[in-house]
Design a protein around this ligand. Structure first.
Ligand code: ZN
Length: 252
């Protein structure tokens, strides 16, 4: 039987596949939530494309979450909290520098897997003068169905607790607007976060965000972006046939 950690390994290798050009070297990180509230996170210094079960750190989510509301968290404090949060205190690997935002995002309803990558096509836009407008709206029905009605945009902040706090504000504002967690977060000069119910959904979101970025780069070169209207977007998202297709694609 495939367990959650096997699914996380498979998802990590899929988004770390060199052909996708979403992460090289130690870029990006992934996580998954267990039924008991603990979670698995990629260890620091490992590569997405070659992940193994032993390269994930198993942490208690509640302990990591406490960092979100703590002021002046330094390196020593971060390490102490991570060590105390380890489900197996004997595990020596250090969790990813982006662990706090994973712990946060895995707490939103319907979010079980997170895939964070730095795709070249997406970052061509997050690093552009046109940020964030060049990533706003939806250009075609599939972008809308896979990535949801809208995205969350986070201004540049160094990885760590302060970035996780900005992500919390952005996702909470999105949830108030749309009544659900977002599918995709874009971080300025940094990358992409996919939030999924399943490992396959995170892979699908990552693929679609990369395709959408390429489409946007092409449209910008051809004179500019012409997004779908809000009426078309809400019509597409309300269609039972699109919802059915989506559930099949996500393996639900
Ligand atoms: Zn990153």
């Amino acid at each position: 039987m495939t367990d959650l950690l096997d699914q996380l390994v498979a998802m990590s290798r899929a988004v770390g596949d060199p052909q996708l050009d979403a992460a090289i070297l130690g870029e990006g990180n992934t996580s998954a939530l267990e039924e008991d509230g603990s979670f698995w996170i990629k260890a620091s210094g490992t590569s997405l494309g070659t992940m193994t079960r032993a390269q994930f750190v198993h942490l208690q989510r509640e302990q990591v979450l406490g960092l979100l509301d703590e002021e002046g968290v330094d390196e020593a404090r971060l390490n102490a909290v991570y060590q105390a949060a380890k489900c197996d205190p004997g595990q020596s690997a250090r969790p990813s520098v982006e662990t706090v935002f994973h712990a946060l995002l895995l707490g939103y309803p319907g979010v079980r897997f997170i895939a964070h990558t730095h795709p070249t096509a997406v970052n061509a836009l997050t690093c552009s003068l046109g940020w964030p407008q060049v990533l706003e709206g939806r250009l075609c029905p599939d972008e809308c169905v896979v990535l949801g009605p809208d995205s969350v945009f986070i201004p540049y902040i160094d990885p760590g607790v302060i970035l996780a706090r900005a992500i919390r504000d952005g996702v909470d504002a999105y949830a108030r607007r749309h009544g659900a967690a977002p599918k995709v977060i874009y971080m300025q000069n940094h990358g992409l976060v996919a939030l999924g119910r399943s490992d396959r959904e995170c892979v699908n979101i990552t693929h679609m965000a990369i395709k959408a970025a390429r489409l946007r780069l092409g449209a910008l070169a051809a004179g500019g972006l012409k997004p779908l209207s809000e009426t078309v977007i809400s019509g597409l998202l309300g269609r039972p046939d699109e919802q059915y297709r989506q559930r099949l694609l996500d393996g639900r």
